[in-house]
Design a protein around this ligand. Structure first.
Ligand SMILES: [Zn+2]
Ligand SMILES: [Zn+2]
Length: 310
């Protein structure tokens, strides 16, 4: 019995261009939060900020950012640990609230990236755009944003048959527009209720909604762009992935991207004590609470075997 929910997959190698509707929605999802951020900066200059706005921004940033890193990436794309339906649903919904597309589509792109990393077929490699400064800038742009508007060999059924066997995961993915709405409503309602004012609701929407989405977007996309261009490469991997400290901090551990390509199924990306990895800390705490199990980590032998001679 098939559980596939996507019916527009075509033959295995053809590139498929995103539809006009998809491109328009993608553009709106990128530009509206950016416009919100510019507006928020201008207003910050005028009126300063309230602590409740900062708290809503940080709270929503951490919650939806972890939804992407612990949920979409380490749980759904790489199966680096196991968990029950409540944790699965929580992480799936929080990841969807980051407004980076439906779960199954996100995972398909990411698994495709690992399969073809920095080679032909990689949906968002910054390489192959010529050498020198302009080649890097062009590559950066493509890996950061440009790829979302280009044809790709994306096969959602090919890349996610395991996830599509779960009714819960299929539902969360299909209900993506609802999670986007929730993602906007939560900070708006909280801002209004905490400050007991309409302007509080509006600023909750601005900081906890739009500004936070813009930050989560660009930090996530920095893993695709910056972490395949600039940083160190301590481990052997079939690509040009890099470890970048700043992205490591901002993206809750995902910036240790060379470590990740070296050991894709590892639940821990910051493999050294000095490599901050908030996502791993969360997974570790959840495992101590008995909420996640089968946590996958590379053995000392595998770590040593993959280490590049320096
Ligand atoms: Zn990568
Ligand atoms: Zn990955």
């Amino acid at each position: 019995m098939t559980h596939n929910i996507i019916t527009d997959d075509v033959d295995d190698h053809a590139l498929v261009a995103p539809s006009l509707v998809r491109r328009v929605f993608t553009l709106i999802a990128i530009l509206v939060p950016l416009a919100g951020m510019i507006l928020a900066m201008a207003l910050l200059w005028e009126r300063g900020f309230a602590w409740v706005e900062l708290a809503l921004f940080l709270g929503m940033y951490v919650a939806t950012g972890l939804g992407i890193t612990v949920g979409f990436h380490r749980l759904f794309a790489h199966k680096s640990f196991s968990c029950g339906p409540v944790v699965t649903a929580t992480l799936g919904i929080l990841g969807s609230m980051a407004v980076e597309g439906p779960l199954l589509r996100w995972v398909s792109f990411h698994r495709c990236h690992h399969q073809h990393s920095d080679d032909e077929g990689d949906p968002h490699s910054p390489h192959g755009y010529g050498g020198g400064f302009w080649g890097s800038i062009k590559g950066f742009w493509n890996a950061h944003i440009g790829w979302m508007f280009k044809p790709a060999a994306l096969r959602i059924n090919k890349y996610t048959p395991d996830l599509q066997r779960s009714k819960l995961v299929r539902r969360i993915s299909l209900l993506f527009p609802l999670w986007v709405l929730v993602s906007m409503l939560v900070p708006t309602v909280l801002g209004g209720v905490i400050s007991l004012s309409w302007s509080g609701a509006l600023f909750g929407f601005l900081w906890g909604g739009l500004v936070r989405i813009a930050f989560v977007h660009h930090v996530t996309w920095s893993v695709n762009s910056i972490c395949h261009l600039w940083g160190t490469r301590p481990y052997q991997s079939n690509d040009l992935s890099r470890n970048n400290f700043i992205v490591g901090v901002l993206a809750f551990g995902e910036g240790w991207h060379n470590n990740h390509h070296g050991f894709p199924t590892s639940a821990r990306h910051g493999l050294k004590w000095w490599q901050p990895d908030l996502s791993w800390t969360v997974i570790w705490i959840l495992s101590k609470l008995g909420l996640v199990w089968n946590v996958r980590l590379p053995s000392a032998e595998r770590l040593a075997a993959r280490r590049r001679a320096s």
